[in-house]
Design a protein around this ligand. Structure first.
Ligand code: ATP
Ligand code: ZN
Length: 293
């Protein structure tokens, strides 16, 4: 494959430096793509896939994808809501979770968003904030701010803010409390509508989606291998139903069997505890890299 830049059919824009960068490049590497990602570089061609990467500011990605500068983008869904550009969401990527919330200083008399009527609200999400308050019919003055929104109440610029938060710790640190959630968000893979109609690009995009989905599904499971008493087999199978059914292997000792199964990562520790109670030993657990169902 010709390695020179500009020779790839499909272009994917991702955040150059920020909260989504590491997870985005890790996902690309997990699905087997090889590329150089130097901080100072704006472009990188994948050596083993018909894909070129554009490393840019996340705020520019919805526009680039809508305009066709990039065919694909990895970005927080919050930016799609905020900029309202016509792009197609292809896949949620299960990272970059956050919420856009309305918050007020701890000592504020406001208990609900209605109490913010006729006040000033500072935000770097002016469109999302305006839509939200307009839909509820609450008249507020939106003050667009590009950074450090959480300081604006202390500075007397606003009585409330609309800001992104993941754990709420930045809000708490600044003596702010949440009064409402406007929307929740996560990173998504999105596409330009025309690129999806182009047959050659579509094939590459579909191949990439299948790989992404396999990597994302795999993270929901862990692969568990164990030895167990044959007598407990029936009960053990109900604890580890696996995807369809677990693999049971005979061992040299006729009283024992080896069981291999995929277990949901979320319930994983509960399952392990129940397995141990049922007599399972030598329990080995490994992550799954891809899962093609
Ligand atoms: P850039 O320089 O690329 O414009 P940025 O400072 O605007 O970066 P980041 O703070 O890196 O952006 O956030 C990128 C995305 O990460 C957000 O748009 C959002 O989707 C997601 N995100 C996850 N958790 C948080 C959080 N606690 N605060 C802000 N964004 C978060
Ligand atoms: Zn940004």
């Amino acid at each position: 494959m010709d390695d020179t830049l500009g020779n790839r059919n499909v272009k994917l824009a991702l955040q150059r430096e920020g909260r989504l960068s590491r997870n985005s490049t890790e996902l690309l590497e997990t699905v087997g793509l090889e590329f150089d990602s130097y901080r100072q570089k704006l472009f990188a061609a994948c050596r083993n896939f018909d894909l070129e990467l554009l490393f840019v500011r996340d705020d520019d990605i919805p526009e680039y994808v809508a305009d066709g500068v990039a065919d694909l983008g990895i970005v927080g869904r919050n930016l799609v809501h905020e900029y309202g550009r016509p792009v197609r969401e292809l896949l949620p990527l299960h990272f970059g979770y956050c919420s856009l919330v309305v918050a007020v200083p701890n000592e504020s008399p406001a208990q609900t968003v209605q109490d913010l009527a006729s006040t000033r609200v500072a935000t770097s999400y002016p469109n999302s904030a305006r839509n939200y308050f307009d839909t509820l019919g609450i008249p507020v003055q939106i003050i667009p701010i590009s950074g450090s929104v959480e300081l604006t109440p202390t500075l007397g610029v606003a009585q409330g803010i609309v800001e992104l938060t993941a754990t709420g710790s930045t809000l708490r640190l600044n003596d702010l409390r949440e009064v409402a959630t406007i929307y929740t968000s996560e990173a998504i893979l999105m596409a330009n509508e025309d690129s999806l109609r182009d047959e050659t690009k579509r094939k590459t995009i579909d191949r990439l989606c299948i790989r992404f989905k396999a990597a994302i599904d795999a993270r929901k499971f862990k692969y568990v291998m164990m030895n167990a008493p044959r007598s407990a087999l029936e009960q053990l199978e109900t604890v580890t139903p696996g995807l369809k059914s677990p693999t049971i292997l005979d061992l040299a000792d006729p009283n024992l069997v080896a069981i291999h199964a995929a277990v949901e990562a979320e319930t994983f520790w509960d399952v392990i505890e129940r397995l141990r109670e049922l007599g399972a030993t030598e329990i080995l657990v490994t992550p799954i890299e891809s899962m093609i169902l």
